[in-house]
Design a protein around this ligand. Structure first.
Ligand code: NAD
Length: 227
């Protein structure tokens, strides 16, 4: 696939770890100029919490201003929240925190990147198969990812000239999944994809190869939801 991303300016949130890190590497491998925002430090990373609007706005302006604009924005910053907790042990504050990072953080990213995005630019958000298929003990996370899918459609309608899509992978081998699921990831019978697999899905949605695709959720779950 030709991605035509050479010299494109790309902003990735959550690029210090997991899927965001794989996306930053994959875009660079295609010749793109990549800026990373994360709450954690890293080489060349602009540090900001995506739920802190003034800090995020300043970080976006720093990255985008340095590039003189943006061609693509990828929202990978996210948290899983209290996975495995029974509902009775799930506090309203747990729900609020997951929604703040996974939903409001994505909204704020798009809001503050918009003035910098070129006509024809692309936004790719991280959803999850948890928007479509649930597992026990993940109510806040599933709610947040359902919201990301609905927000993707709403943003696509709201923003003419900008394509907005999301990727919805099943379990991906990242530090987040390791912390939540542990050794299950090493079971050969358990379908797991690599962060680099998701990065290729993101690359497709950020590139002109997906030009007619807008407002969509790319459900990449080995067909599990089709059963
Ligand atoms: P990860 O924990 O490996 O990486 C997440 C990154 O986001 C980290 O660098 C972290 O510092 C950053 N981050 C978290 N909260 C932040 C905040 N408030 N402000 C700024 N940065 C913040 O996780 P991952 O598995 O790579 O997940 C990335 C995205 O992919 C998330 O939205 C996650 O829900 C989604 N996802 C993951 C899986 C999976 O199985 N790993 C599956 C489907 C979707």
């Amino acid at each position: 696939m030709r991605t035509d991303l050479d010299d494109r300016a790309v902003l990735v949130t959550g690029g210090v770890s997991g899927i965001g890190l794989a996306c930053a590497r994959a875009f660079r491998a295609e010749g793109a100029r990549v800026g990373v925002i994360d709450r954690e430090p890293g080489p060349g990373v602009v540090q900001a919490d995506v739920t802190d609007e003034p800090a995020l706005a300043a970080a976006v302006a720093e990255v985008a201003g340095g590039f003189g604009g943006l061609d693509a924005v990828v929202g990978c910053a996210g948290i899983s929240g209290p996975v495995g907790a029974p509902l009775a042990a799930t506090a309203a504050a747990d729900v609020a925190r997951v929604l703040a990072v996974n939903v409001t953080g994505q909204f704020l990213l798009v809001k503050h990147a918009l003035p910098w995005l070129a006509d024809g630019g692309a936004v790719v958000l991280l959803g999850s198969d948890s928007a479509f298929t649930a597992a026990p003990g993940m109510v806040p996370y599933c709610a947040s990812k359902g919201a990301v899918v609905a927000m993707t459609r709403a943003l696509a309608v709201e923003l003419p000239g900008i394509r907005v899509n999301c990727v919805c992978p099943s379990v991906v081998d990242t530090p987040m999944a390791r912390a939540d699921l542990g050794a299950v990831l090493d079971d050969p019978a358990f379908p797991v994809q690599a962060a680099a697999d998701v990065a290729r899905q993101v690359l497709f949605l950020a590139s002109p190869a997906s030009r007619p695709v807008n407002g969509q959720a790319l459900l990449a779950d080995f067909g599990m939801s089709a059963r």
